[in-house]
Ligand binder design. Structure first.
Ligand SMILES: Nc1ncnc2c1ncn2[C@@H]1O[C@H](COP(=O)(O)OP(=O)(O)OP(=O)(O)O)[C@@H](O)[C@H]1O
Length: 234
């Protein structure tokens, strides 16, 4: 298994509640933009959770930039940022400023340096006035923006997004997609909104914890649509 360069799965199996949900999966994930698709329950979220150590493997090995995710999500946080579907599962502080400072302070920055970084980024985004805003006053899209920005501040090597747009309207989705589009980090994203994968390098289609198809996004999305419409019944 090649190490250090990126994310590698070698014969990985994950069992949840007695059911095999990732089945002897071997993958190298090195492209800058990778999409994960598949029907409900096919194992997409489980796969992302293996990468940042939220779930431990039952068999096989995973290497994430040379590190074993079994060291746990906190240890992985300098390499891996995770954005959940529901921002309320991620946000823990009452104001935007406190939420954004938290990860940086966890990474060892002083409170004042963390605040300086947060204010610089808010200013770059034209949102200085957001610093003191109570989280409960934000819409779902605005909360998701805070989650994405909090991950960007921590500067991980890869950002994992688990259906980040499912509760958002179209304009908010496009704003967040444009924010993600310009980031230098590798992105691995799950979405059922397939037009979110415009410009992605690679799409992996999961089925029952195995790869059904894997390749350039146009090709795989076309096959997925055709399958869903029953054009290519198996
Ligand atoms: N917390 C859990 N405990 C036990 N089993 C779980 C848990 N979450 C999911 N599973 C099981 O793991 C399998 C894969 O689920 P997973 O959430 O990874 O699929 P998914 O492809 O992300 O689905 P969806 O598109 O519905 O989000 C499913 O069979 C599901 O029942």
């Amino acid at each position: 298994m090649s190490q250090a360069k990126g994310i590698c799965f070698h014969n990985v199996t994950l069992v949840r509640n007695g059911r095999t949900v990732i089945d002897q999966l071997s993958l190298e994930l090195s492209e800058p933009r990778i999409g994960l698709i598949g029907h409900n329950g096919s194992g997409k979220s489980s796969l992302l959770r293996l990468i940042n150590g939220l779930l431990p493997v039952n068999a096989g090995q995973i290497s994430v930039f040379g590190q074993n995710p079994s060291s746990g999500p906190e240890k992985m946080s300098s390499h891996v940022g995770f954005i959940f579907q529901n921002p309320d599962h991620q946000i823990i502080f009452p104001t935007v400023e406190e939420e954004l400072c938290f990860g940086l302070i966890n990474q060892g920055l002083s409170k004042s340096t963390a605040l300086e970084k947060v204010m610089t980024l808010l200013s770059e985004q034209g949102r200085c006035d957001w610093a003191k805003r109570p989280i409960h006053s934000l819409s779902d899209g605005q909360k998701q923006w805070v989650c994405i920005v909090s991950i960007i501040l921590m500067n991980p090597k890869v950002i994992l997004l688990d259906e980040p747009f499912s509760a958002l309207d179209l304009p908010t989705r496009y704003q967040l997609l444009s924010l993600l589009h310009d980031l230098p980090q590798q992105i691995i994203m799950i979405s059922h909104e397939l037009d979110s994968f415009t410009d992605f390098d690679r799409i992996i289609w999961l089925e029952q914890g195995k790869v059904r198809q894997d390749g350039p996004s146009d090709e795989i999305l076309k096959a997925y649509y055709a399958d869903a419409k029953g054009v290519n019944p198996r």
